[in-house]
Design a protein around this ligand. Structure first.
Ligand code: NAP
Length: 486
């Protein structure tokens, strides 16, 4: 079993309280994966103080110099890719392919943002008068807090950390308690790459203590959070009185619309990939298939075949293409929703059962669920499940499909499967979502494109990823220079 301390002021530090906790493998809970120092308020305050102390020095470096450290981190992670992917499987339950892709994505994020370092600065704005210059200047915010979820425990922190650091901020990161190992491994890579002490601090501990301290400490100049709407909304309220800059990216209830003209084999394959991939534990997962009633039956049969083709098991085993839920609580929640849907009159077409035979006896496994005849106002259609459960909602015409897709509090990702380009384009105009896909899965993002939700999926303030990611982590000054005198 690995043992980790918190990373504070460039030192690997036990918790002030001396407390620790252990995480086990969700595919086989008999295996203890890692023991962590359980940080609390005192540790978080020490991390914030270290980040404050390191800020002037880090801010004084140039963005390209900071980018070189990100490049070095990318290379270090690339050298450890297989080892990190395996640990990610063990701690979070991903399959080998999913974990390998996530670590690969992380490396690419650091490379992308390292390149971006040569573009961060500001711009020249035309002045009204001759011999005058007007330009903008981007500056770091100061000490930035990052709070992240367990479902992408390395790529997601990286897509916050890279733009935060390259912009000249110092950081306190609180990873999710269910999978903090990857964040600490990343901190090791930064240490090896020569990041000055105190620039990055990682404190593992509960949301109630570490997270709350970050949300309430006045030294924090900006807080970027990804997680559930409930928690994100609460943190946003805590930041508002101090007008601390906030970026909350939260849950989704993402539709894939299937029109009657769609290739139904393709549609079923894409919905299954987006609904059951990563065990459905993705904020952009398809959880509502909104299908034209003329093809709903045929589509549902094909989706059931896709669900049956999922080989559920320990993600480290060859041939497994769907791992466990991350915890017993998440598994119970998924199964509860299957039951709730049936109680609400929907039809369980396949799956949705706890799996515990043979090799699966010690993990949090279930068969992927296909639920038919789901009403759009039912709980299954309105609430985020965050597991491998796809509800099929029938629609009449195209306009009704759009209206059903939009009749939801969330607005993260939305997909449409059709051969009709006119309808696809009308859909892109009308759909209320931050990510819009046509004939593609609702999951999967290009790291160079802006990402973020609308409605209750986001604070709708700043986008993550792509070139715009640095906007959240910088302030813009407008500078007026008159050189006409003399
Ligand atoms: P969560 O329960 O909201 O937790 C997210 C983070 O907040 C964790 O680090 C958690 O710490 C911390 N936290 C909990 N209570 C807190 C508090 N009172 N104050 C401050 N921090 C607190 O979410 P999750 O279960 O980890 O992740 C699943 C959710 O994330 C889903 O809703 C999913 O849709 C969303 N998500 C969204 C995106 C996106 O980009 N929109 C991407 C991925 C996931 P502990 O772990 O210690 O409780």
């Amino acid at each position: 079993m690995k043992e980790y301390q918190n990373y504070i002021d460039g030192e690997w530090t036990p918790a002030d309280s001396g407390d620790t906790f252990v995480n086990s493998n969700p595919a086989d809970t008999r295996e203890e994966v890692a023991q962590y120092a359980k940080g609390g308020r005192a540790d978080t305050q020490a991390a914030i103080a270290a980040a404050q102390k390191a800020f002037p020095g880090w801010r004084a470096t140039t963005a390209p110099a900071r980018g070189k450290i990100l490049s070095a981190v990318a290379n270090i992670l690339a050298g450890r890719k297989d080892e990190l992917a395996e640990m990610l499987c063990r701690e979070e339950g991903k399959t080998k392919m999913e974990a390998g892709m996530e670590v690969g994505r992380t490396i690419d994020i650091y490379r992308f943002v390292a390149g971006l370092s040569y573009t961060i600065g500001g711009s020249v704005v035309p002045h009204d008068l001759p011999n005058n210059m007007l330009f903008t200047k981007r500056e770091p915010m100061g000490v930035v807090a990052l709070i992240t979820p367990w479902n992408f425990p390395i790529a997601l922190p990286a897509w916050k950390l890279a733009p935060a650091l390259v912009s000249g901020n110092t950081v306190v990161h609180k990873p999710a308690s269910m999978a903090p190992g990857m964040a600490l491994e990343m901190a090791k890579a930064f240490e090896e790459a020569g990041l000055p002490q105190g620039v990055l601090n990682v404190v593992v501990g509960s949301g109630r203590d570490v997270g709350d301290e970050l949300a309430t400490n006045p030294a924090i100049q900006a807080l970027s959070f990804t997680g559930s709407h409930e928690i994100g909304h609460g943190i946003y309220q805590q930041l508002a009185p101090r007008m601390t800059r906030a970026q909350m990216e939260m849950g989704g209830k993402n539709p894939t619309i299937v029109l009657a003209d769609a290739d139904l084999n393709l549609a079923a394959k894409l919905v299954a990939m987006a609904g059951f991939g990563q065990t459905g534990q993705v904020c952009t997962a398809t959880s509502r298939a909104i299908v034209d009633e003329k093809v709903a039956q045929e589509f549902t049969e094909k989706l059931v075949l896709e669900a049956q083709a999922r080989n559920v098991g320990n993600g480290l085993n060859d041939g497994v293409n769907m791992g466990p839920a991350v915890s017993a609580g998440e598994l119970d929640g998924n199964l509860d929703y299957v039951k709730i849907a049936q109680d609400e009159g929907a039809e369980l077409c396949w799956g949705g059962k706890r799996l515990g035979e043979g090799d699966l006896a010690h993990g949090h496994f279930m068969s992927p669920a296909v639920v038919g005849n789901v009403k759009n106002d039912s709980r299954l259609a309105q609430e985020e499940v965050f597991g491998p459960v796809v509800g099929v909602v029938q629609s009449g015409d195209f306009d009704e499909a759009i209206s059903l897709a939009n009749d939801i509090e969330y607005g993260l990702s939305a997909s449409i499967i059709t051969r009709d380009i006119n309808k696809a384009m009308r859909y892109t105009d009308q759909i209320e979502a931050g990510v819009v896909k046509i004939n593609q899965i609702s999951t999967g993002l290009a790291l160079q494109a802006p990402f973020g939700g609308v409605k209750h999926s986001s604070t709708n303030s700043f986008k993550e990823q792509g070139q715009t990611a640095v906007d959240f982590y910088t302030r813009v000054k407008a500078v007026y220079l008159d050189y006409s005198a003399g």
